[in-house]
Design a protein around this ligand. Structure first.
Ligand code: PEP
Length: 240
C-alpha cells in the first residue's frame, strides 16, 4: 500500500521537524507489511527533506515539473532532472489544481515522458469535476485522461495512478464506497497493470470506510498529511 503525502503550497524548514516521528513509526511498523511512504513537499523543501529522510525508507517526490528534459530559458520552472538532482524520486503530474490552471492532457503526457526519461517515477492524477459527475460523464473524462495522458508510454512500472475526484479534494466528501470500487475497477480495466490510489479528503475517520474497498492500492493524502499524527493514524488504521 502506498501512502503519499501531498503538502501542496504549505510548509517551511520548520515543518521538517515533524518528520522524525513518521520515520520512527515507519521503521517499526513496516516489517512484514507492503508499505510505502512518499512525501511530496513544496519544491523548496525537497533537498532538505531528502537529506533528512536519507536513512529511512521514506521517499521524496515533487508536486509538478516542466516538460523539458534540458535546461532552458523558462523563468520560474524546474525540470525533472533538477528535481532528481535535488533528491526527488517521484513527481506528481496532472494534479487537478494544476489542470484547473490550464494543464491539458497533451502537456501532462509530455511531462510524464520527460520525467520518466529523467529517472523519476510518476504519480499521475486523474479525476472528474462535480459538474461532470452530475452529468454522468465520469467514465468519459477518466477514459480521456488515461488515453491521452498515458499515450505511447511503455514504462508502466514507473507510474502510479491516483484517482482524485475534484469535488472530493479538500471538501471533506468522499465517494460512496460502492461507487469508488466501481470507478477504481473501471480505471484498472482501462489502464491494465497499474497501481491505482484514491485521493480526496482522506482522514483518520473515513479511512475506516475506505480501507474496506479492496481494489485500492493506497492513498494520496493532502490536508491530513501535514499533521504527522493524523498521517500515522491513517496508516495504522488501514492495516488494523
Ligand atoms: C490532494 O490535493 O491531492 C488531496 C488529496 O487533498 P486533500 O486530502 O486535502 O483532499
Amino acid at each position: 500500500m502506498y501512502f503519499i503525502a501531498n503538502w501542496k503550497m504549505f510548509g517551511g524548514l520548520k515543518s521538517l521537524n515533524s518528520l522524525g516521528k513518521v520515520a520512527n513509526f515507519f521503521q517499526n511498523f513496516r516489517r512484514n507489511k507492503n508499505l510505502k511512504i512518499i512525501y511530496c513537499p513544496p519544491t523548496t523543501l525537497i533537498n532538505s527533506m531528502s537529506k533528512k529522510l536519507k536513512k529511512s525508507k521514506i521517499e521524496v517526490g515533487a508536486q509538478n515539473c516542466h516538460e523539458s528534459e534540458v535546461y532552458g530559458a523558462h523563468t520560474g520552472s524546474i525540470n525533472p532532472r533538477m528535481l532528481k538532482d535535488a533528491g526527488a524520486s517521484y513527481v506528481i503530474i496532472g494534479h487537478s489544481e494544476n489542470r484547473q490552471r490550464g494543464e491539458k492532457n497533451k502537456l501532462i503526457n509530455q511531462k510524464i515522458k520527460t520525467a520518466i526519461k529523467s529517472g523519476l517515477k510518476i504519480i499521475f492524477c486523474i479525476g472528474e469535476t462535480l459538474s461532470e459527475k452530475r452529468k454522468k460523464k465520469t467514465k468519459k473524462i477518466l477514459d480521456e485522461q488515461i488515453r491521452y495522458g498515458l499515450n505511447k508510454i511503455q514504462n508502466k512500472n514507473k507510474i502510479i495512478i491516483a484517482y482524485e475526484p475534484i469535488w472530493s479534494i479538500g471538501s471533506g466528501l468522499i465517494p460512496k464506497p460502492e461507487d469508488l470500487f466501481k470507478t477504481i475497477d473501471f480505471i484498472k480495466k482501462k489502464a491494465k497493470n497499474y497501481k491505482v490510489l484514491y485521493g480526496g479528503s482522506v482522514n483518520p475517520k473515513n479511512i475506516l470506510k475506505l480501507r474496506d474497498i479492496k481494489n485500492i492500492d493506497g492513498y494520496l493524502i493532502g490536508g491530513a498529511s501535514q499533521d504527522p499524527k493524523k498521517f500515522i493514524d491513517i496508516i495504522k488504521k488501514t492495516y488494523n
